[in-house]
Design a protein. Structure first.
Length: 199
């Protein structure tokens, strides 16, 4: 094999794997998702049904689904022992100042709907999210203002319920905002791995 042929050889197909995500709270029915292999690491300790001293190799799969909005990223970490878990991260985005409703501008309501605009930092996408104030006066980790952050619960619809609750935190002092994916009890059942293009 020549040096040139190494670069002309066909790339190895990405390893894909199907998983069934089953929320245990009854908020939504089980859903099947497909993930593309993204990383492998070791060790994974204390997997269910295994000796706590055992170390398992873990494969990380990036979940591809039309249901997942661009401002969230989902990975499934599946260990060689058969245990798997879904981890949701926020995609890097800039959040603009909330636009208050007419009622809030008039001063009659401190709690209510607010809209936030998200702009992707690397892919140029935009989204407008409606959120309801759920808590106030939390400390800000950016500007350290002790009572600057307001918590918001996103309105139903923008993200599937099997991802868990999504909160938006906003500081009125420095203007920093970020999403906080929540956690819900759920079981993730891996199916046999396959090689081929991700769907």
């Amino acid at each position: 094999m020549t040096f040139t042929s190494l670069f002309r050889s066909r790339p190895r197909p990405a390893e894909t794997r199907t998983f069934t995500v089953e929320p245990l709270t009854g908020t939504s029915p089980p859903v099947m998702v497909t993930g593309t292999r993204a990383d492998t690491y070791q060790p994974r300790r204390r997997c269910p049904g295994r000796n706590p001293d055992d170390s398992q190799t873990v494969t990380c799969y990036r979940v591809r689904s039309r249901e997942i909005p661009w401002w969230l990223t989902a990975h499934i970490h599946a260990c060689a022992g058969g245990h798997a878990e879904l981890v949701v991260h926020r995609t890097p985005a800039l959040i603009t100042a909330p636009a208050r409703t007419a009622t809030q501008r008039s001063g009659y309501a401190s709690f209510g709907d607010r809209s936030f605009e998200l702009r992707g930092t690397d892919i140029g996408q935009r989204a407008t999210l409606l959120a309801v104030v759920t808590e106030v006066d939390r400390p800000c980790r950016v500007c350290l203002r002790p009572y600057g952050v307001t918590g918001h619960r996103l309105a139903d619809g923008p993200a599937p319920t099997w991802l868990g609750s999504i909160e938006l935190m906003w500081c009125k002092g420095c203007g920093h905002g970020h999403l906080e994916p929540g956690w819900i009890p759920r079981a993730v059942h891996p199916h046999p791995a396959s090689h081929g293009k991700a769907r």
